[in-house]
Design a protein around this ligand. Structure first.
Ligand SMILES: NC(=O)c1ccc[n+]([C@@H]2O[C@H](COP(=O)([O-])OP(=O)(O)OC[C@H]3O[C@@H](n4cnc5c(N)ncnc54)[C@H](OP(=O)(O)O)[C@@H]3O)[C@@H](O)[C@H]2O)c1
Length: 410
């Protein structure tokens, strides 16, 4: 590609961060031709002539060869990205929700029309994880990719652990500082890290999994009792996104987890993110950085724009290689469950119980539960119940839930 002529859609937090990063970076052969925004009445920091309110002005512009999609509306973003690809324009986007929900369709479309579609900014902001998974770990068999993929919830959990704040106080502070959305459910219920995990599953294991197939449990039901339990054991609680491959099976979930002091995730506090990659030959590597924010995300978008200048595009090598991996729930997990009302827990869902405690201040059991039972258990979402993965817990392959019961009966 010669000079990169950009049409940017969206000039909010990330769009402005990209603009600043682009202005201050020498040696990138790129220039902004036009920016499309929505609200005609908003004051802008750039001359009015550069803005338009009609995305067709970008899509039809003969000079613009690259559309940078940075809007906060996943449905509108999908239409813009598809239209840009169909018109042969390269696309850079940071829209994790849109990507997670349509990744297979969009990557197929981009390949068919031979245009690059890059989205490093969509997963953990400034951490360069997608290109590393695509290129650096090319020949390594990755057994696990997991970590802290959401800065708002990590900020809240840090405040609860360090300052003894309640969940509500910590959330209000995170919102006041701009780390959490006004409607925080995408963060605190674990949807945002799930979208990022879904995207990483494609690049790590070659699997296109729909986000609704990935189980997510957030942090909104964690209580001071849980925080106290963690403190007494020397653990932290983190919201962990976890993708693991064992043999031909791939497992994935987002859930709170107790983290031991020696675990690298224990040191990831406040709005920071971390991605831990475990490979057969490379062993464990930890990427740490700011997972969101104007400049960190803008710099990831800029890095994609720079990559376009040397013709870079994702090859989805592991998907092309048909590695035979299959998405599965055939595993058990080691968990802690706090509950208020025993009538609202199906204890039969547990495969085994290692500890059971009943007290005035709270009740809990620890033990193992089949992943399928966890996914289907409606009682887990009762307000008085909080489920946390035990320290060190990971997917342990098991027979399918039904088959196991049948075997037991036999
Ligand atoms: N913020 C972060 O730290 C972060 C990190 C990683 C990824 N992302 C992703 O990056 C994207 C942008 O996030 P953001 O935080 O920058 O959002 P934002 O601050 O809310 O800005 C959104 C921008 O999109 C424009 N817009 C919305 N709908 C539009 C439409 N239909 N046509 C044209 N323009 C439209 C808005 O226009 P007006 O200015 O006229 O309102 C605004 O400029 C999202 O997909 C988000 O998930 C964000």
């Amino acid at each position: 590609m010669g000079k990169i002529k950009l049409g940017i859609v969206g000039f909010g937090c990330v769009g402005q961060g990209l603009h600043t990063a682009l202005q201050q970076t020498k040696g990138i052969n790129a220039e902004i031709v036009k920016i499309c925004v929505k609200d005609r009445n908003k004051a802008r920091s750039l001359p009015q002539e550069i803005f338009t309110y009609n995305v067709e002005d970008l899509l039809d512009h003969p000079e613009i060869n690259t559309i940078v999609e940075l809007i906060d509306d996943a449905n509108a973003a999908l239409e813009i990205v598809k239209a840009a690809i169909l018109r042969g324009k390269a696309v850079v986007t940071a829209n994790k929700k849109m990507l997670a929900e349509h990744l297979e369709e969009l990557s197929d479309l981009a390949r068919k029309h031979q245009v690059p579609l890059l989205y490093e900014g969509a997963v953990c902001g400034s951490i360069p994880i997608i290109r590393n998974l695509e290129e650096y770990y090319d020949n390594d068999l990755i057994s696990s990719v997991h970590g802290i993929f959401n800065g708002s919830t990590n900020y809240i959990l840090t405040k609860i652990a360090e300052e003894g704040q309640s969940y509500e106080e910590a959330l209000a502070e995170a919102q006041a500082l701009g780390f959490a959305e006004t409607d925080p459910s995408l963060d605190v219920e674990g949807f945002d890290p799930k979208y990022k995990l879904t995207i990483l599953l494609a690049h790590t294991y070659g699997l296109f999994v729909r986000p609704e197939e990935v189980f997510n449990l957030g942090i909104s039901r964690l209580s001071t009792f849980d925080a106290q339990y963690a403190r007494e054991k020397g653990f932290k609680i983190k919201l962990v996104a976890r993708g693991k491959r064992v043999g031909e099976k791939v497992f994935a979930l987002v859930a709170p987890q107790f983290i031991e002091a020696a675990d690298p995730l224990a040191r990831i506090d406040r709005e920071f993110n971390a991605v831990v990659v475990e490979g057969a030959f490379s062993e464990r590597q930890v990427f740490v950085g700011k997972g969101a924010g104007s400049l960190p995300t803008g710099s990831a978008v800029l890095s994609d724009i720079s990559a376009l200048s040397y013709g870079y595009q994702y090859e989805y090598k592991r998907h092309q290689q048909h590695l035979g991996a299959e998405y599965s729930h055939e595993a058990v997990l080691d968990v802690y469950l706090r509950y208020e009302n025993p009538a609202l827990v199906n204890f039969d869902d547990f495969e085994s119980v290692t500890e059971s405690y009943v007290g005035d201040e709270g009740n809990y059991i620890t033990g193992s539960i089949h992943f399928d039972a966890l996914v289907q258990a409606k009682w887990i979402h009762e307000p008085g119940n909080s489920l946390i993965l035990n320290a060190g817990a990971d997917f342990v392959p098991a027979l399918p839930k039904k088959k196991k019961l049948a075997n037991q009966l036999a």
